[in-house]
Design a protein around this ligand. Structure first.
Ligand code: MG
Length: 226
């Protein structure tokens, strides 16, 4: 059991045998717009902490910063860093007229969705500005020029097949041996969610590079084996 304080200290406290409780000193990551459950957030934190000694962490798809709170806290507590990649213009499903459009995130002056101001505010309120680096870029552009082995990659980007495959192709090779690849929104039952995250999970297993490590709700953790 670990409690995180606003000051950034991390102290273990026993509360129950199997639950991780994250406390940001009054700031609740679940108050941030987003789609990640607190249980999935705790799993991100746990894997981030476990992996971080091997290098930095990276997430693809930041939105308003909810997942960055959990991974950023892991980076902070392990003395590492989280790189958070997003163009901050919203995925396909966030655009006007689509199911997950949020009018509050519309930047009228720019004439497009703009999640960057909210993301930066989230990181500031969570006390994580010192260990989270926003990379404002398309996933494929950032991946193409990336050179540092990563201890953990969390793919939670666009849900079109094109976007999901670009995330897999762009980032899987950057995961260090024994590092972790986590994929969000993997729904084994058709109809429970979009197929592209499930498709990249299948490709990860078929590649022989990764083996399943853990599954929780729609979040899957894979370990790089070669
Ligand atoms: Mg997601």
């Amino acid at each position: 059991m670990l409690w995180l304080t606003a000051a950034g200290r991390c102290s273990p406290r026993l509360r129950s045998a199997d639950r991780l409780v994250l406390d940001f000193g009054g700031f609740d990551p679940q108050s941030v717009k987003g789609f990640l459950s607190s249980g999935d957030g705790a799993l991100l934190y746990r894997y981030g902490l476990k992996a971080a000694a091997a290098g930095p962490l990276l997430e693809v798809g930041a939105y308003c910063g909810r997942s960055a709170c959990y991974l950023g806290a892991a980076a902070r507590d392990a003395g590492s860093r989280l790189y958070s990649v997003d163009h901050h213009q919203g995925s396909e499903e966030h655009q006007p007229g689509w199911e997950w459009h949020d009018a509050e995130l519309w930047n009228a002056a720019a004439g497009r969705l703009d999640t960057l101001p909210v993301f930066l505010r989230t990181i500031r309120h969570a006390g994580l500005e010192g260990c989270v680096t926003p990379v404002v870029a398309r996933s494929r552009d950032a991946a193409r020029n990336w050179r540092t082995p990563l201890a953990l990659v969390f793919i939670d980007g666009g849900h079109s097949m094109q976007a999901a495959l670009a995330d897999w192709r762009g980032w899987a090779g950057h995961v260090a041996p024994d590092g972790y690849l986590l994929i969000h929104d993997v729904h084994p039952v058709p109809g429970d969610g979009g197929r592209p995250p499930m498709e990249i999970y299948r490709r990860a297993i078929a590649s022989g590079l990764f083996e399943p490590a853990e599954r929780q709700e729609a979040l899957i953790a894979l370990r790089r084996v070669t």
